[in-house]
Design a protein. Structure first.
Lengths: 283, 637
């Protein structure tokens, strides 16, 4: 038990470092795809350190509260993941963070952050059912929602849940804030949105949100890794390939509207899940 | 001792109600209601300490109940006639005839049995009714004073109001303590009558219209109730719940008992306002807010789910049970979607109640130890948080004269304490580590293997998060007026604080709530244990919910966030981004518009009328619900 706790604590402490590195590599690959040189791999850390040193400014105190609750919830969900607890519980903890991010955005009277908040809610409406279905499918295969049960399998989950992995990919794209689903906020500003939910955040508070996002990226990629839990190399290759596809999708797709998102994500997600479950039962 | 306690919770409220009808001075009424609240809470706790029991009553009492039952039905008939609801008249006439047949033709009067029975499910209901209900009654004292001042009535109608309000307690307590189904039917009809009279209380045109609708829908439930009783008497030859449970699942009559069980469960659906009957509960919000708080949290609609849950061991493992699960899951999604389309705070609360009741019904249908545990925890936690939220909306409405969520923007500036309490209410409804989410987690995990049910649950919980988060955000939203101290009378403030604390403390004590209340019910009827506790976590074969670790970690996070927010100085507060054209109008964020005129920025939530509009969606929801009910009926026949 103590060993597991220490492992989870260390993993949680390292998660933002890993998240930042992934973000740096992401920027380099994106630049390469766009025939640019791109920033150094450590650039995300320079950005966050610079933000942390800035004078704090906010439009009201609730924003500050919400930013730090979001950060805490994201860290706790990563901790619970590496403690190998319950997938559904981790999902609910993740929701705490997402809800407070929205509340923080809605706390400011700025039209951009308000629109961002509303759109973030619609994004949640799109990815939450999918994530629950993914977790249920995993649980129906392993017989338990506990992550430890996934590691007890002798065959990778991907063999039995290939379509579910695609469903997870949809949720991942939304969570990573990549096109075509970067409609509530994005890594760069957009004309009608500025930076949506992040518009009114600056300085250390924006840094807190950035770190929270790194936690979430690590968590989502770890969930992807569960699909090849039988070997470490398998996990690494699967996650690397998945992330590369995410970057490709981001670069070849345009941003779409929330209506299109709800229709396509929920429709495709549900059909794929049902097909996968039917196929699983047929075997 | 035992009979005194039962007398206290069942008969005393009837006497107090009568007393309140004749007493007019405000001070005396306050005293009587407060004393009754203390007695009810004390008796309910004492009964819990006493544990489960059976109690026989003298034959004369039984005859009195039969007599009163007919009187009540005639009273309902009079009102049905007065309000010109032909449907209600016919349904009531049917009930009178059917009850006469049941009582004088069929029932075996030689067969005596304990008319009163309390197992842990009844005791839980007693706690919910009397503790949550009592605080709402105290809140009603302060609320009704302001309510009548606003209406500027020549003669106070509070005696009438409190007569029906307090009657509810006796009827509900009687209902959950009945072993004799004939008695349960009697108390069931009293709750219908009280509810309808309270909806009609303000005597406006809309109040009467909605009361009439509530009347016919609930009388329909009464008619199926009495039909179910006749069939049970014919098939099983008994009117006592204990006898039915002794026969085990499906009862002695085998499949034949399924038809009356379906009728009784259907009766529960009407009372719990499940689609296609959801309109009566939405209409009930025309009544003064304490009525809504009482109906939605601890009484009335909870009687419906109590019925479904009470009978769950009898239909376990049947086609009916799985279909109840599907029906519940569907109603859970449908009514959550309806809530998304609403900007009226009370309506959002109403649809969210129906949605949560549907989830309880779904859990009863899943009929596993874990799902029954989930249903019981949902009843408890929902009662506290929903009672609290209704009181908040009532208090807010009396101050800002609107119940629209959009008008609650910046509420923190106007009513800082109430806003924070309302946010606590919302957060305990939708986020972990609080009890509602613990129960939802149990519900989803127990549905594992039933893909349709779980897919519906997934969609429903995403919709739930959407409408709650939006509301909480609006409460925190700027612009704030200058902060002013907020004054409220003690009878209004105290119930808010108590229920908010209860919502949090009960969640912290979730393991104790589980072991003390929910686990005994499951052990009694399912002879199995759903969860064990390890390291302050709920553990089952399929998963684990870490209650205490999560409370500690998220609690630390909250403290950290509160400290950070507390350190913000006024000089660090900036105006929002308006593309460089920002200005202010009366301290509110604005931008410089055309012709250099300042324009105050106005924001609103998305209510997505095209997708979630009530007109379109409720037709669809009702049609599907009717189809599901017909299939269910077809299946049992």
């Amino acid at each position: 038990m103590i060993g597991k706790l220490v492992f989870a604590l260390v993993a949680t402490a390292l998660a933002p470092v890993l998240g930042g590195l992934i973000s740096g590599v992401d920027r380099r690959i994106t630049a390469w795809l766009q025939s640019r040189y791109g920033p150094p791999v450590l650039q995300p850390f320079y950005d966050v350190l610079k933000l942390l040193g800035k004078r704090p400014m906010a439009t009201n105190i609730w924003q500050v509260l919400c930013a730090y609750v979001y950060l805490s919830a994201a860290a706790v969900s990563v901790f619970l993941f590496f403690l190998q607890t319950d997938l559904l519980l981790i999902f609910f903890t993740l929701t705490v963070g997402a809800v407070f991010l929205v509340m923080g955005a809605l706390a400011s009277p700025s039209p951009y952050s308000q629109i961002g908040g509303q759109r973030e809610l619609l994004q949640m409406l799109a990815y939450e059912p999918l994530l629950i279905l993914v977790f249920v499918a995993i649980a129906m295969t392993t017989g338990s929602f506990k992550i430890s049960a996934v590691f007890a399998m002798d065959k990778p989950l991907l063999y039995s849940l290939p379509l579910i992995f695609v469903v997870l990919g949809y949720a991942l794209t939304i969570k990573l804030r990549k096109s075509p689903f970067d409609i509530s906020t994005c890594h760069h500003a957009h004309q009608e949105l500025v930076r949506g939910v992040l518009t009114e955040y600056s300085g250390p508070y924006l840094a807190a949100l950035e770190i929270a996002h790194w936690f979430e990226v690590v968590l989502m990629l770890s969930i992807c890794a569960l699909f090849w839990a039988t070997s470490v190399w398998g996990m690494l290759i699967l996650v690397a390939l998945t992330y590369f596809v995410e970057i490709l999708v981001d670069n070849v797709m345009a941003r779409m509207t929330w209506k299109w998102m709800l229709r396509s994500v929920l429709g495709v997600g549900l059909v794929l899940s049902v097909l996968n479950m039917l196929w699983l039962y047929a075997n | 001792m035992l009979d005194t306690l039962v007398f206290m919770v069942v008969v005393v409220p009837f006497l107090v109600a009568g007393l309140l009808y004749v007493v007019r001075p405000d001070g005396v009424r306050k005293l009587i209601v407060s004393a009754m609240a203390l007695v009810l809470i004390g008796s309910a706790l004492a009964l819990l300490a006493q544990g489960p029991f059976l109690m026989a009553v003298p034959a004369a009492v039984n005859e009195l109940v039969v007599l009163l039952d007919f009187l009540l039905l005639f009273l309902i008939l009079v009102y049905s006639y007065k309000w010109k609801s032909r449907l209600a008249v016919w349904l009531t006439l049917f009930q009178i005839a059917a009850l006469a047949w049941l009582d004088f033709g069929l029932a075996d009067h030689g067969k005596a049995g304990p008319a009163i029975m309390a197992d842990h499910l009844s005791l839980i209901m007693l706690l919910v009714i009397n503790i949550v209900g009592s605080f709402i009654a105290i809140y009603a004292l302060g609320y009704m004073k302001v309510h009548e001042e606003e209406l500027a009535l020549a003669k106070s109608r509070q005696p009438r109001f409190f007569f029906f309000f307090i009657l509810f307690f006796g009827a509900m307590n009687g209902l959950v303590l009945s072993n004799n189904l004939d008695w349960m039917y009697f108390f069931w009809e009293i709750t219908t009558f009280c509810c309808v009279m309270l909806i009609a209380h303000d005597h406006t045109e809309i109040a009467l219209k909605n009361a009439t609708r509530a009347l016919w829908m609930n009388v329909l439930g009464g008619a199926t109730f009495v039909s179910g009783l006749i069939l049970i008497q014919k098939v099983a030859g008994t009117m006592f719940l204990t006898d039915l449970f002794a026969m085990g699942p499906m009862g002695a009559g085998g499949g034949a008992l399924l038809i009356p069980l379906f009728l009784l469960v259907f009766t529960g659906f009407t009372k719990s306002a499940q689609p296609p009957f959801e309109s009566w509960l939405c209409g009930a919000m025309v009544a003064p807010t304490p009525v809504s708080a009482l109906l939605h949290s601890s009484t009335m609609v909870k009687a419906g789910v109590y019925m479904v849950l009470r009978l769950a061991p009898l239909y376990a493992g049947t086609f009916l049970s799985s279909f109840i699960a599907v029906f519940g899951a569907f109603c859970f999604v449908a009514t959550a979607a309806l809530a998304v389309g609403q900007s009226n705070g009370k309506k959002v609360l109403a649809y969210s109640t129906i949605s949560n009741l549907a989830l309880i019904i779904c859990c009863a249908g899943l009929n596993t130890p874990a799902s029954i545990t989930a249903a019981i925890l949902l009843i408890i936690f929902h009662a506290v948080s929903k009672g609290l939220l209704f009181m908040c909306v009532g208090t807010i409405e009396q101050k800002i004269h609107s119940r629209d969520i959009e008008d609650m923007r910046g509420l923190y500036g106007v009513m800082p304490k109430t806003a924070v309490i309302a946010i606590i209410g919302v957060v305990t409804m939708m986020l972990p580590p609080f009890g509602m989410l613990l129960a939802k987690w149990m519900a989803v995990e127990s549905a594992m293997g039933q893909f349709l049910v779980i897919a519906l649950m997934a969609a429903g919980s995403a919709l739930t998060v959407l409408f709650w988060a939006r509301w909480a955000g609006a409460l925190l939203s700027a612009p704030f007026d200058a902060e002013r101290p907020e004054k409220l009378p003690f009878s209004v403030r105290m119930p808010h604080v108590v229920l908010a604390s209860l919502a949090v403390l009960l969640s912290v004590g979730a393991p104790f709530v589980y072991y003390g209340l929910a686990e005994p019910v499951v052990a009694m009827y399912y002879h199995a244990q759903a969860f064990t506790m390890q390291y302050g976590s709920f553990v089952s074969s399929t998963g684990m919910f870490v209650v205490y670790p999560l409370f500690i970690l998220l609690g630390l996070g909250l403290i950290f966030a509160l400290r950070a927010a507390g350190r913000v100085t006024p000089s660090e507060i900036a105006a929002p981004y308006m593309c460089g054209a920002q200005t202010t109008v009366d301290g509110k964020a604005a931008f410089t518009g055309p012709m250099r005129t300042p324009v105050v920025s106005v924001s609103g939530n998305y209510y997505l009328d095209a997708l979630f509009g009530e007109k379109k969606l409720s037709h669809l929801a009702n049609s599907v619900a009717i189809v599901l009910l017909i299939i269910m009926l077809g299946g049992v026949l």
